[in-house]
Design a protein around this ligand. Structure first.
Ligand SMILES: NC(=O)c1ccc[n+]([C@@H]2O[C@H](COP(=O)([O-])OP(=O)(O)OC[C@H]3O[C@@H](n4cnc5c(N)ncnc54)[C@H](OP(=O)(O)O)[C@@H]3O)[C@@H](O)[C@H]2O)c1
Length: 307
């Protein structure tokens, strides 16, 4: 869904595509999750959004409900849930089944991390990020499977990160997201027999107000822009479109896959964030030997040219 020149929202998908479907979108009240929810609602879906901050979540649901057209088959409910907590995940699944009677789509979008060199991350901080982004995603998949999709099929999309060459300053979430990518391949294989597909959207650098606020003084979007081939940031709607494609029957033969939505940033070969203190690299040493540096080669060439 994107804003047209006239300011009206428009979608490339067929009207009513998700008319008979029910979806759960974690983190559906803000940023990327909100854009996914709006697109699904626009396509007739019934959506339950879930996250920790109840007031903001319910306000978002009220706003999106007020946008629904007359006679729309769509509906939206909100329920507080911390995906790290197993009992709250179980309550979310029960609530969705009690309210809408089925779960066709699950979007594991809820997640977060903080910026820090690896050496400064405490075990508590590490666990918080792993428990949210990896364990929380797993718990959602397992509960949706056991309570509904095993007997009825369905489609799952996880939002992951575009971190194919490690993720300096974000070792915790880099590890968690790599775990989600591999987990999805396993679940795709184990659950294909039940008519379930599970795919990932690896989001590049996507601007949203909440994402910008999360990193405050680091101003990560300004840091990223010079290395982006598109010379622009992605939009939340561009992630939503990819998610809806993967959820839809148009992707019926795509399973266990990760779709990069990054404007080719991952092909550019540079890290999104600078590696701290990298310019102070020490030369490699082994006993009394030292690996030559670039300066050694140039100094050597210069001294030979004087002979
Ligand atoms: N923006 C980007 O450039 C980018 C790039 C790659 C990946 N991503 C990922 O995409 C997802 C959405 O990010 P965003 O940019 O839209 O930022 P965002 O608005 O901050 O979205 C994060 C959402 O996750 C929810 N959440 C966080 N921890 C949770 C928990 N333990 N249980 C349930 N919900 C939780 C938050 O709601 P509550 O605070 O209410 O819980 C919030 O709605 C995140 O997983 C993010 O890491 C973003």
């Amino acid at each position: 869904m994107a804003a047209s020149a006239t300011g009206k929202v428009c979608s490339v998908f067929k009207s009513g595509l998700f008319r008979d479907s029910v979806a759960i979108v974690t983190g559906g009240g803000t940023g990327i999750g909100r854009a996914i929810t709006r697109e699904l609602l626009h396509l007739g879906c019934k959506v339950v959004i879930a996250s920790r901050k109840a007031e903001r979540l319910h306000q978002a649901a009220d706003e999106m409900r007020s946008e629904l057209g007359e006679g729309s088959t769509a509906d939206i409910k909100a329920i507080q849930c911390n995906i790290r907590e197993e009992d709250q995940v179980k309550t979310l699944i029960s609530y969705t089944l009690d309210t809408f009677g089925r779960i066709d789509c699950l979007v594991n979008n809820g997640g977060g991390q903080f910026m820090s060199p690896a050496k400064d991350i405490t075990t508590k901080g590490w666990n918080a990020v792993i428990n949210t982004n990896l364990t929380g995603t797993f718990q959602m998949c397992r509960e949706v499977y056991n309570r509904w999709m095993r007997d009825n099929g369905g489609s799952i999309v996880n939002i992951t990160v575009d971190n194919w060459n490690g993720f300096p300053q974000f070792v915790h979430t880099g590890a968690a997201r790599a775990g989600v990518v591999n987990m999805s391949k396993t679940l795709a294989l184990e659950w294909a027999k039940d008519g379930i597909r599970i795919n990932n959207v690896a989001a590049g650098t996507i601007y949203s107000e909440t994402a910008a606020a999360n990193y405050g003084e680091h101003n990560i979007f300004v840091q990223c822009l010079p290395d982006m081939p598109t010379k622009r940031l992605g939009t939340v709607e561009e992630i939503a479109a990819a998610v809806c494609f993967l959820l839809s029957p148009a992707a019926a033969f795509i399973n266990g896959e990760t779709l990069k939505v990054d404007g080719a940033a991952s092909l550019y070969g540079r890290q999104v964030f600078r590696i701290p203190d990298h310019e102070k690299s020490k030369p490699y040493t082994w006993g009394k030997s030292r690996a030559p540096t670039l300066k050694d080669y140039y100094d050597d060439k210069a001294s030979k040219s004087k002979l």
